[in-house]
Ligand binder design. Structure first.
Ligand SMILES: CC(C)(COP(=O)(O)OP(=O)(O)OC[C@H]1O[C@@H](n2cnc3c(N)ncnc32)[C@H](O)[C@@H]1OP(=O)(O)O)[C@@H](O)C(=O)NCCC(=O)NCCS
Length: 189
């Protein structure tokens, strides 16, 4: 998927991640370690140090081969979080999964619902995907509010689905398809 130009609504904008974002992301991710750790993907049996350089390189490579898209969330001109579009599948699935985080200091400002709506509108209207999924741990009340605000449909529970914070965790599965939205998801917020 090609790099996207900024998608903007009010004081929130989204753009493709770049190598020059590495230092800022590192600072945010280190500062918010305790805030993010319970919800962060991990690898079984391995305790990696935080490797933001590797993560950004991998997102740029995924965008090149059309398997993913790493987006930076900016609020009032400052980098405050990320949206990652993973597992892009074309053809008869035309689907992808979205993950997100935001810095604790700006939580509660409706930034993530707006950023996710901008992303889903882009994926359906520009990238021509058909279905977007968001997987959330049942304990993650703030994230459950995000999909509730966006009106995503709940599809069920996947047991021990993703390795998060050192163990296999159950996830509630939410999804939306393009024909469930008339026009723009952003307008529905
Ligand atoms: C989940 C998350 C992305 C939500 O982002 P956000 O931009 O704060 O979203 P919203 O402003 O819509 O807030 C959602 C809910 O979070 C809760 N919330 C608000 N401020 C909060 C704060 N300072 N601390 C904790 N929770 C807060 C509220 O319940 C809010 O719902 P409300 O608007 O009905 O009151 C953010 O909490 C986060 O990054 N958490 C850590 C990483 C994570 O969980 N990622 C998602 C994995 S599926």
């Amino acid at each position: 998927m090609r790099a996207i130009m900024p998608l903007t609504h009010q004081e929130i904008s989204l753009r493709s991640v770049r190598r020059r974002d590495i230092r800022t992301l590192e600072r945010l991710l280190v500062t918010d370690r305790e805030w993010l750790r319970p919800w962060e993907a991990s690898t079984p049996g391995i305790r990696y140090p935080l490797d933001v350089r590797f993560m950004v390189g991998s997102l740029i490579a995924q965008a090149r081969n059309d398997s993913g898209l790493g987006l930076i969330i900016e609020y009032q001109g400052q980098i405050v979080g990320q949206i990652n579009v993973a597992g892009i599948q074309r053809g008869s699935l035309s689907s992808a999964t979205i993950g997100y985080w935001i810095s604790k200091k700006v939580a509660g400002n409706n930034i993530t619902p707006i950023a996710v709506a901008l992303t889903i509108d882009y994926l359906f209207l520009e990238a021509k995907l058909h279905r977007v999924e968001i997987d959330i741990r049942p304990e993650n009340t703030p994230s459950l509010r995000v999909v509730e605000k966006l009106g995503l449909r709940e599809e069920g529970l996947k047991k021990r689905f993703i390795h998060i914070d050192g163990d296999w965790r159950d996830h509630r599965i939410f999804a939306i398809t393009s024909e469930e939205i008339s026009g723009s998801l952003l307008n529905r917020l």
